[in-house]
Design a protein around this ligand. Sequence first.
Ligand SMILES: CC(C)(COP(=O)(O)OP(=O)(O)OC[C@H]1O[C@@H](n2cnc3c(N)ncnc32)[C@H](O)[C@@H]1OP(=O)(O)O)[C@@H](O)C(=O)NCCC(=O)NCCS
Length: 157
Amino acid sequence: MITLALRLLTPADGPAILRIYSGASVTFLERRAMTAREAEEYVATVRQRTGAVSVAQYVFGVEVAGDLVGVVKLGRRPGGQGQVSYVLREDCWGRGYATQAVQQLIAFAFGIAGLDSLGAKIHPDNVASGRVLEKAGFTPFGMRGHMITYRLAASAD
Ligand SMILES: CC(C)(COP(=O)(O)OP(=O)(O)OC[C@H]1O[C@@H](n2cnc3c(N)ncnc32)[C@H](O)[C@@H]1OP(=O)(O)O)[C@@H](O)C(=O)NCCC(=O)NCCS
């Protein structure tokens, strides 16, 4: 079994982030592919935010066998709510990595981050992303604009 781990981004991660935010991976993100400069700025901004005393958004790199293959994010909303999102490099899709990474992010969210419930939203055509959420325990909740929203509450035990 391949070990997948979430980790903080380091200053050397710019080129890996550039490869993640490219090609088909940006189709449903309503953004264009990053430039090399934007990838470097992204890493710098994320590192600055993660060092803040009160973290509004956690961004973890998804590392598999030493390769940074994706990014998962946890945004903090008022009232103990969190918002989950993720993106994987296109050549790493279909291996269960996103599901594993989201499961680890959920454990972090309900454990260390102390959140009570999580939300996520997907484009209706993004079937793979919907599967990831459902396999991780989320259930469809409603619509926000043209996006389908999902929810997951921390278990009572
Ligand atoms: C969505 C994304 C993160 C999925 O990553 P992944 O590592 O391939 O996901 P997993 O392998 O853990 O699971 C994918 C599931 O979707 C299914 N799937 C993949 N493509 C599918 C398709 N076109 N139609 C139906 N199901 C599909 C897979 O079979 C799998 O389900 P299964 O385990 O029940 O067979 C990845 O495609 C990605 O980065 N996309 C671009 C960014 C994005 O859309 N992010 C989400 C924004 S909400």
